[in-house]
Design a protein around this ligand. Structure first.
Ligand code: AMP
Length: 297
């Protein structure tokens, strides 16, 4: 079984052509929906009393929502703007709301999960929750500049208790203070994780383990509408694929990174979660085949 833990949010996303407000977002939302195309995950998250019923039922179509708790107060909110290039994002506001001081509990039904993804969230909560699972075979975590700036030592601790870390290039540099990405990945591995995946947005990703680096380009797209959640969809695709194969072999992990790229590419083609929720399995398989052709030489 696969469990995803992290933020479920109401996002405001500002792109040069459009602003969308109160969209269903959150790192765990994107990751869980993305992974569901490979294996239906259990989702652990907190929402506020203002969380729309329609969003809850949409989530319920893709994931097991028994771990989603509702608390009095406002849902976590994120507000970000993209520049003309659509590759630089500025955070305008992060409102933790019910996420602050949340004490997550792993539902009994999820405890036996062998695959666990700790999406962007308070790193101290992430570190605490991973211990509550009985037999994790493969865990992965992500982080974001907000947590690196406010809880850096907790971020480092979290990276010591998981098997893999997925992080974007700017955040890897910010966290490790190393400009070179190989140096940054090595530093993160020194903190205790075995695999490091550095995402480079439209330029794809680098997977590091032992002395190996496995680069993979992003699926080339002409029109990028909204990059929000691309990283989370990437990670969800990776862990979802591994869970569906029930494998942690190196060959499966490399292949999973390619599925990560494929899922990220669908996420950016439409606003918010629209690119994912409208997706069909055949489209994933088709894009995976085209990706294979694209990189063949
Ligand atoms: P990504 O574009 O992959 O970096 O992920 C964007 C998603 O992460 C948005 O839907 C946000 O709601 C969520 N997010 C942004 N900041 C944070 C944060 N500090 N903690 C948890 N989730 C966040």
């Amino acid at each position: 079984m696969l469990t995803v833990f992290g933020s479920v949010a109401l996002d405001t996303i500002r792109t040069p052509s459009r602003t969308i407000k109160n969209a269903l977002g959150g790192a765990a939302t994107y990751a869980a929906i993305s992974s569901s195309f490979f294996q239906k995950p259990g989702l652990i998250a907190v929402v506020g009393s203002d969380f729309p019923k329609g969003y809850r039922s949409l989530l319920g179509k893709f994931v097991d929502t028994r771990g989603v708790v509702s608390k009095d107060g406002r849902t976590f909110r994120y507000d970000g703007s993209y520049d003309q290039t659509m590759s630089m994002r500025k955070t305008n506001k992060t409102e933790l709301n019910v996420l602050k001081d949340f004490k997550p509990v792993v539902p009994e039904e999820y405890r036996k999960s062998e695959f666990v993804y700790l999406a962007n969230n308070d790193p101290a909560q992430n570190t605490r929750i991973i211990r509550e699972f009985d037999r994790v075979r493969f865990s992965m975590c992500d982080t974001i500049d907000f947590w690196i700036s406010t809880k850096r030592s907790d971020v480092i601790k979290m990276m010591g208790v998981v098997d893999s870390v997925v992080i974007n290039d700017e955040e890897a540099r910010l966290l490790t203070k190393a400009h070179n990405l190989i140096k940054a990945a090595k530093k993160i591995m020194e903190w205790g994780t075995r695999f490091v995946i550095i995402k480079k947005g439209e330029h794809g990703s680098l997977l590091f383990y032992d002395d190996v680096v496995f680069p993979s380009p992003a699926f080339s797209l002409e029109n990028i509408v909204d990059p929000t959640g691309a990283g989370d969809s990437f990670a969800g695709g990776m862990v979802g694929y591994l869970a569906s194969k029930n494998s942690t072999r190196l060959s499966a992990i490399r292949e999973a990174a390619i599925y990560g790229n494929v899922m990220g590419s669908f996420a950016v083609e439409r606003y918010g979660t629209a690119g994912l929720v409208s997706l069909k399995r055949e489209q994933i398989a088709g894009r995976f085949r085209r990706y294979k052709k694209m990189v063949h030489f």
